[in-house]
Design a protein around this ligand. Sequence first.
Ligand SMILES: NC(=O)c1ccc[n+]([C@@H]2O[C@H](COP(=O)([O-])OP(=O)(O)OC[C@H]3O[C@@H](n4cnc5c(N)ncnc54)[C@H](O)[C@@H]3O)[C@@H](O)[C@H]2O)c1
Ligand SMILES: [Zn+2]
Length: 360
Amino acid sequence: MHIVKVNLGDRSYDIEIGTSLGQAGEQLRGLDLGKKIALVTNPTVKKLYGQRVVDALKAAGFLVMSIEIPDGEQHKTLDWANSIYTALLINGFDRKSALVALGGGVIGDLTGFGAATYMRGIPFIQIPTTLLAMVDSSVGGKTGVNHPMGKNMIGAFYQPMKVLMDLSVLKTLPKEELLAGLAEVIKYGVIADEALFAYLDKNRESILALDPDALTHIIRRSCEIKADVVSKDERESGLRAILNFGHTVGHAVENAENYTMRHGYAVAIGMVYASRLAYRTGLCDASVPERVERLIKAYGLPVNLAALSRKPSVTELMDTMQIDKKAEGGKVKFILPKKIGEVVITKEWEEGALREVLEK
Ligand SMILES: NC(=O)c1ccc[n+]([C@@H]2O[C@H](COP(=O)([O-])OP(=O)(O)OC[C@H]3O[C@@H](n4cnc5c(N)ncnc54)[C@H](O)[C@@H]3O)[C@@H](O)[C@H]2O)c1
Ligand SMILES: [Zn+2]
């Protein structure tokens, strides 16, 4: 088992990579928790892993209640957060009672928000079951729900007390979900670690075959990089923005597809265009966009706008980017690579260059 520490003063916590679901009870026993735990999950994950976690928690002496949220992003809402509050109130949960999220990013974000707000904050534990949740959403403390007018518009920064990852759960994850998570792993390579990028290139077959050592390596490095960034800038006043590499164009792509394309796929496309913009801006040499595109393609992820169900106009994409919530002082900040393993946050890019890159 590998432990990655997230250093945030008295809110520091461990990410345990390579534990087993059956040990969840023992791992939580060491924390300062009351007796009551509510396990929040969805029917898909519950059927596969719910009982194992419930049994483990009960064996460790906890009183366990399950809360089921229907599967899907459309249920990451205040209404479903409210259903969590109601279940907790009916069952007499107090400030020491804990919420455990068992699922992907949707369950993690919703449960975390519930934990942040129920009685002004109760203990929260994440057991992520998608690759995306393992490398991204379960680390860093962003929790929240969607509003009809925008994704993730209601939320709180709220850190879990622990994150437990049993990598064997990835065996049941649909391939597209795995790839969506891998796009974020590739992102970590580009923004912070050329060796990770090279590892992803060299070990593609073992990664896609879910070899435990290969998975452990890429998940550990991803968590270390995100934990490092978050511990330096928890609330995104600066550095944390580098995690948005590929996300500016990515969001415009998701928007153009009415959010039917997986986030990771849109980010994959966004990373290729951002890398090209970096080259076009003179920040990096031509090998950077080439390598980024080649690796993304090798994993079977989309690399350009041709992957969309319809061709959006460049103006439409640019319009969406301007209203992107990261727009500050009138000009969008781009995260652009200087080389594989290093990016800059910059407003120094030309609109014409972006247009050209998107048109090509
Ligand atoms: N908080 C953050 O910092 C952060 C970062 C990135 C993304 N997010 C959020 O994460 C969400 C996306 O998360 P996601 O990609 O995990 O999607 P998801 O939670 O919808 O899970 C994807 C699908 O996989 C299923 N599933 C989960 N684990 C499984 C398993 N082990 N085997 C089989 N099926 C399984 C789920 O039921 C679901 O149908 C979005 O809402 C996004 O906004 C949050
Ligand atoms: Zn992302």
